[in-house]
Ligand binder design. Structure first.
Ligand SMILES: *Cc1c(COP(=O)(O)O)cnc(C)c1O
Length: 244
């Protein structure tokens, strides 16, 4: 894909997100004011070349998601070098890890990323906490929930969520931000159930002051997800084209 098509796609997806937000107006309970919801667009750049990331960063895209650790670290390092040479480029990129977390790779993740969206076990949370470098801010984390209870899917079971949250709460180098799901295809009910789960945790844990992120919705279903309270959509194909 050439650069101008990439930018056109990104502009179109950005407009779709804004329009979906405009149609989803949420009630702010404290102020009794009606406020439009805010949604972050995460550009999922896995398998795509660094030039595409640079092109979107120049347009103002901040958040990028990667699934494959080795590929991601190469891109993160390259972007850091670019920003050292030219501070107008890419120095404000926020990197999200959205792939499966292997136990022996937690150090690399803790050292390179700003967010991890695929946390599903305490043992991994503890390792990320212990391995997060002191000079970096706490690592933002989302718990991935297996909302459809699929055998093949990652994520903790909804019933495991309370104890996992208790554990993560105690880790000072992690900042627990919310939930992430990858629903089964054609299951829009999953969005509503996850929103309910998200709100239950919020009410049960007023001490979780950073609990503000519900990551759901991808290229094909981002509008439905936003209508159910998503605050972050993860979009790959609709921006970057199909993957090989
Ligand atoms: C690849 C991926 C996406 C993007 O999916 P598209 O259908 O290409 O938009 C979103 N979330 C996760 C976890 C992914 O692995």
């Amino acid at each position: 894909m050439d650069k101008s098509s990439l930018i056109t796609n990104w502009q179109q997806v950005s407009r779709q997100v804004i329009e979906a937000c405009r149609q989803t107006v949420s009630q702010d309970k404290d102020s009794q004011k009606v406020v439009p919801s805010k949604v972050t667009l995460l550009a999922v750049s896995k398998t795509k070349p660094i030039e595409m990331i640079v092109a979107l960063a120049e347009q103002g895209q901040r958040d990028f998601g990667e699934n494959y650790l080795q590929e991601a670290i190469e891109k993160i390092t390259a972007m850091q070098e670019l920003s050292e040479n030219d501070s107008s480029k890419s120095n404000s990129i926020v990197w999200h890890y959205i792939g499966h977390i292997q136990r022996n790779k937690t150090r690399d993740i803790a050292e390179h990323f700003d967010w991890v969206q695929t946390l599903e076990r305490d043992i991994i949370a503890k390792r990320l906490n212990d391995q997060r470098p002191d000079e970096l801010p706490p690592l933002n984390v989302l718990v991935q929930v297996n909302i459809d209870d699929e055998e093949s899917k990652s994520g903790c079971q909804p019933k495991e969520l309370p104890s996992l949250i208790e554990a993560i709460k105690g880790y000072e180098r992690l900042r627990l931000r919310g939930l992430m799901i990858i629903p089964a295809k054609a299951n829009t009910d999953a969005f509503a159930r996850t929103q309910q789960l998200f709100n239950e945790v919020k009410q049960a844990h007023p001490e979780l002051t950073h609990w503000d992120t519900l990551s759901m919705g991808m290229s094909d279903d981002m509008e439905a997800a936003i209508a159910s309270g998503s605050t972050m959509v993860r979009v790959g194909t609709a921006i970057f084209g199909t993957r090989d």
